[in-house]
Design a protein around this ligand. Structure first.
Ligand SMILES: Nc1nc2c(ncn2[C@@H]2O[C@H](COP(=O)(O)OP(=O)(O)OP(=O)(O)O)[C@@H](O)[C@H]2O)c(=O)[nH]1
Ligand SMILES: [Mg+2]
Length: 413
């Protein structure tokens, strides 16, 4: 018979060991939960790429910043290599006006659509394509059709193209989203926002409804258009070998793109041939806000605001962009961080296109809360020239403007 004291000691030891085991498991899980995607990649040494000198910032030889705000000088139609195509010309390009939109945003999209029709499309007659991850209601379709004489298509996005891909760990994404939200990142924990950003980054150009087109103009609900556009913007892009057109450039919240640039570097180390020799990398990496570069692994976070864009589908479908997107998608940053389609399009255009193929549509007066592009021109109405944001938000939001950096590195050409 074992003495009672020995049995008690043995029991105590077993209980203590079990307790320790539970404690250790709990804390190792805790560690996994709190560790960010960025921490993980740091450990995986993605930030420490050898031989990455060609992916570093170097001060430009020439500062191209104009002396004055280009929006305060009379803004004209862009200078074009071939005569601008007018509404009376018979030529049209393979282009469409596209909008990803929800049924509940009917009033907002009608408002934007009316303005795009008034300022541009009633003259040129390009088709509209509306995309949704749910069926559009009859009310939506009817009301939208009333706003244009052009062809209108309504397209459903297949679940397999909208939902997070199978390799995304849903629990990890949920926890990461909550963390972003707690850190003040807008829409950080909104599942549909992450899906929207991914679809706009790398899926829209693969939708079969886009197969017939080479160019698109993206239109969002509740946006404003202030200037008459009397030339074919798509033909302008085509004739001048442009691939990406924007109106507003901004800094982003670095927390949303902590590993976008490190992941991109990782891709470029293996695919150097995709980097355009006259790329816009110096603009992308400009160190005017060093804290931002530090948090975003070297990226300045400067990006073209993609709620307005006129761009080439061939560019997005090209090997460089499409393969880079596949790489990004596998890393999961659309869900474990909150990579936006604006920085993704901008980094893509900035690396894989010639910088001369990026075009600032300074002549297109535009507003999406809370920012404007307001040119001084007889063609524009209801928008104060040079305005960037509303007076009440000026103090806090003026520094978000990244157009001065764009002009410094790329010029007003
Ligand atoms: N069909 C569909 N469209 C969406 C969804 N989420 C966003 N969108 C559309 O995607 C575009 C971008 O979404 P927004 O919510 O405007 O994103 P944002 O511009 O970053 O945010 P805001 O500043 O609130 O406008 C808009 O055209 C939306 O209508 C969604 O879940 N389903
Ligand atoms: Mg919006």
């Amino acid at each position: 018979m074992t003495p009672l004291i020995v049995r008690r000691l043995f029991l105590l030891l077993v209980t203590a060991s079990l307790g320790l085991l539970v404690f250790l498991i709990y804390f190792s899980l805790q560690d996994d939960w709190t560790r960010t995607h960025a921490d993980f990649l740091k450990e995986e040494s993605i930030y420490k790429q050898p031989n990455d000198a060609f992916l570093q910032y170097t001060e430009p030889k020439e500062d191209l910043t104009p002396k004055n705000n280009p929006l305060l000088e009379e803004v004209d139609e862009p200078v074009s290599a071939k005569p601008l195509v007018r509404a009376t010309d018979t030529r049209r390009t393979k282009a469409a006006l596209i909008s990803l939109v929800r049924n509940k945003e009917l009033d907002g999209i009608v408002d934007a659509m009316v303005q795009v029709e008034d300022t541009f499309n009633h003259k040129f007659g390009y088709p509209w394509i509306f995309f949704n991850d749910e069926e559009f209601t009859d009310e939506f379709k009817e009301k939208v059709r009333e706003q244009t004489d052009s062809e209108v298509k309504f397209e459903l996005i297949e679940k397999k193209d909208w939902d997070a891909p199978r390799w995304i760990d849903k629990d990890k994404a949920k926890k990461a989203g909550k963390k972003l939200e707690d850190a003040g990142v807008r829409y950080g924990a909104m599942d549909s926002y992450h899906k929207m950003c991914r679809w706009n980054s790398g899926m829209f150009y693969k939708h079969k409804a886009m197969d017939d087109y080479d160019w698109y103009w993206r239109v969002e609900p509740d946006t404003q258009y202030y200037c008459d556009i009397d030339y074919d913007v798509f033909a302008y892009m085509e004739d001048n070998d442009k691939v990406y057109g924007f109106t507003i450039a901004l800094f982003d919240n670095p927390k949303t793109v902590a590993t976008l640039w490190p992941e991109t570097k990782s891709f470029l180390m293996k695919n150097k041939e995709y980097l355009h020799k006259d790329n816009a990398m110096q603009f992308l990496l400009n160190p005017s806000r060093p804290d931002w570069n530090a948090q975003a692994g070297g990226y300045s976070t400067c990006h073209f605001w993609s709620n307005f864009e006129i761009a080439s589908l061939k560019f997005f479908r090209g090997d460089a962009y499409a393969q880079w997107f596949e790489h990004l998608d596998k890393q999961g940053g659309f869900f474990y961080e909150r990579w936006g389609d604006a920085p993704v399009h901008s980094v893509g255009a900035g690396l894989f296109a010639n910088q001369s193929q990026i075009h600032w549509f300074k002549d297109i007066g535009y507003y999406h809360f809370p920012y404007f592009n307001c040119p001084k021109s007889k063609k524009c109405h209801g928008c104060k020239p040079g305005r960037f944001t509303t007076d009440d938000l000026k103090d806090s939001l003026m520094p978000e403007n990244c157009l001065p950096q764009y002009l410094k590195y790329m010029g007003d050409r």
